[in-house]
Each structure stands twice: as C-alpha cells, then as structure tokens.
Ligand binder design. Sequence first.
Ligand SMILES: Cc1cc2nc3c(=O)[nH]c(=O)nc-3n(C[C@H](O)[C@H](O)[C@H](O)COP(=O)(O)OP(=O)(O)OC[C@H]3O[C@@H](n4cnc5c(N)ncnc54)[C@H](O)[C@@H]3O)c2cc1C
Length: 367
Amino acid sequence: MSRAVIIGGGIVGLSIARALLKRGHEVHVIDQGPIPNPEGASVDRHRMIRPHYGAATGYARMVAPAFEAWDRLWADLGETHFENTGAISISLEPGDYAAKTLASFREAGIPHEVLDKAGVEERCPQLILPEAAWGVVAEPAGPLFADRIVAGLADWLRCNGATLEENCRIARVEPDAARAWREDGSEINGDRLVVAAGAWLPGLMPEQFGEAPAYRQALLYIDPPQDYAEAWRDAPPIVTLGDHTGYTLPDRRGAGLKIGYSNHRRRARPDVEGFASDFEAESQAIFQPFVPYLRKAEAYRPLRLQLGYYVLSPDRRFRFEAAGKGLVITDCDGQMFKFGPLVGERVAGMFDGAESAESLKHWAAGY
Ligand SMILES: Cc1cc2nc3c(=O)[nH]c(=O)nc-3n(C[C@H](O)[C@H](O)[C@H](O)COP(=O)(O)OP(=O)(O)OC[C@H]3O[C@@H](n4cnc5c(N)ncnc54)[C@H](O)[C@@H]3O)c2cc1C
C-alpha cells in the first residue's frame, strides 16, 4: 500500500482518489475550497457525454470505455446520474463539425443515424433549419448530472476511508518529489502526488505551466416558450449547430435547459479574474447565435449564467505530465468531465505498473 496526495477535488482528482482507494492505497485529497468546490469546472447541474468529436476520432473511441467506467461508478454509488437521450450534431455547411463527426463515426465503426433536415426538425421541433441542414445522432449519449456525481463521489470517498482536506490552498508543489506546502507553510508528502488543479494550475506552478492557456466560459440557463418546453426536454442535446453554435443540455431531473456558444469563451484565469459576470450582455452574447434557428425565439427568457474555467491547448489534447513520483493533469478543455472515472482508473493502473507513464500520456492525448 502506498500513500497518494491529490491536489484538486474536481472530477479528475476525486476519480483518481476513488480508483487508488479501490486498489488499496491510502488517499489524501486537498482542495482550496469545499469538496466539491462550486467554483470548479466539475460543478454544474449537467455536463454532456457524447461520441461526437469532429475529426478527433481518438476521443470518439474513448467514449465507449468511458461509459463502462461510469457503470462501475454507478455500481459504487448505488445510483445512476446519467440519462441516455442520445445527442445530435447538426450540419449547416460542408466540412463542418457534424460532417467531420460522421466521417469519424464511419471510420471508427461507431453506431449512428443520419437525419435529413425534415428528420432533424421532427426530432427537434423547436428548431427551424436551412434547406441544406442535416444531422447525425448517436447514443448512448446525454446529460451526466455533474453536481450530484461529484457530491456522491466525495461522500463515497469519505465513507471508504479517504482523507478529504477542504478549504486548504496549496501554495507550492514539487510533484516529482511528491511534496507540497500549504499556505501556512506546513508540508504534506506521500509516495505519489497528483496535481489536478484545473484552471488554477498556471497560478500554482507558474514556472512550468504559467503560460498554460486558461479560458473563462459561461453557459446560460434559459426558459423556453411553454409550447416548446416538452420538445426541448425530449430532443437530443445539440453538440454543434454548424461550427460554433450549439451545445444544449435538456431539462432532465430538474436540471434546467442550458445552452452554450463556444466563441463566448475568452482567455482569463479564475485566480485573477474571479467569478463576476454581466448577466444582460453575456446572456445575449450566448443566446443571439441560436436565434436564427429557433421557433418563437422572442419568447425565451434567460435565467442565470454558470461560469467555469478550463485550460485549453491549441491542439485540444489532454496533457498528462509524469515525472518522478508525480503526475500533473492539465489541458482538460471543456471535455474532461465525461472521461473522469476512466482517467481515474487508468492513472491508478499506471501507478501500480499496469502501463507506463508514456503510454498513459499517449492515450490521454487521444491518439
Ligand atoms: C462551462 C463548461 C462546460 C463544460 N462542458 C463539458 C461537457 O459538456 N462535457 C465534458 O465532458 N466536459 C465539460 N467541461 C469540462 C469539464 O467540466 C472539465 O474538463 C473538468 O471538470 C475538469 O475537472 P478537474 O477536476 O480537472 O478541474 P476542476 O473541477 O476545476 O477541479 C480543480 C480543483 O482544484 C482545486 N484547486 C486548484 N488549485 C488549488 C490549490 N492551489 N490548492 C488546493 N486546491 C486547488 C480547485 O478548487 C478545484 O476544486 C466543461 C467545462 C466548463 C467550464
């Protein structure tokens, strides 16, 4: 048995903690906030899991094993925090994300259904689409109820003997030596150390990761017109609508309808910029790109913004840096939630010698 220290109590840190605990290791998770921390990227009512990945076929292929890992988590938690609604990517022009996704599904043998414009509008009657539109639907896919998952994971860890240290900011780390120092100067060490600090990494490790591109993203909870509330609830979540619009999650289990617009993100760090927002301006910036495609667009009512931060590299590949006794996980993008439990299992396996750090790094990069 060895002792692992994990910095960061989001989906990545908690999933690694669970997998290590199940392998018989001692686990100590530290977070600067409560666990779960409502400011972390892992805390919101829902996150999407879907195999639609444009041309990134490596990540599309990782989704089936990710579901198997989720099933093992549901067995531990005694509850399933997922609904299989399917998901759709809608094409508006040749070569866009949906077109790349379709090519990737064909290459990887991922089951899917192609719908013409009429078929998409039948599944999504809240939409009004241009003549050339078509869609690609795949399942299993749908909402993962994120805040319930991280809360459930934290409870499971507490009940199974992990130490969860809350409201304790780590000021300095030496991952390769498996050592870290709290703000009060006290040291904590183990046989292994994982840094899963999300978008706070540039501030925590400025020398190695100070330039890591952290982004601020806001999502919008919105009330649809009464006539289309049921359609939004029943329709598959929209992964993309053309190349930039899209990202919708349905009002299932009381989570609310949520929409996002990828171009709304901007470079910013949570430790510098914080969590303030301009509700009027940002809700319009997110909603307006949807307007040309919505029936009764004038009847939607923005409710609230959900802010989050992540590190997103230009090549959009997860980055796992192992050295000595340590592992730093970064560049989790707006994509890592769905892979959390699978990543936890792979990292714990790597620590126990089931694969090399190099092979884990290669896998995580989606090759
Ligand atoms: C708006 C948005 C939408 C997204 N949509 C999806 C989606 O639909 N599907 C999907 O799969 N993924 C999605 N993602 C991505 C996914 O949520 C993230 O990649 C994932 O949650 C990252 O998990 P994490 O544990 O690495 O980071 P986080 O959840 O941010 O956790 C990091 C933790 O580290 C703690 N910490 C940081 N620094 C310190 C320190 N110095 N000392 C102590 N503790 C520290 C923080 O307090 C935090 O709790 C989305 C992300 C955002 C922001």
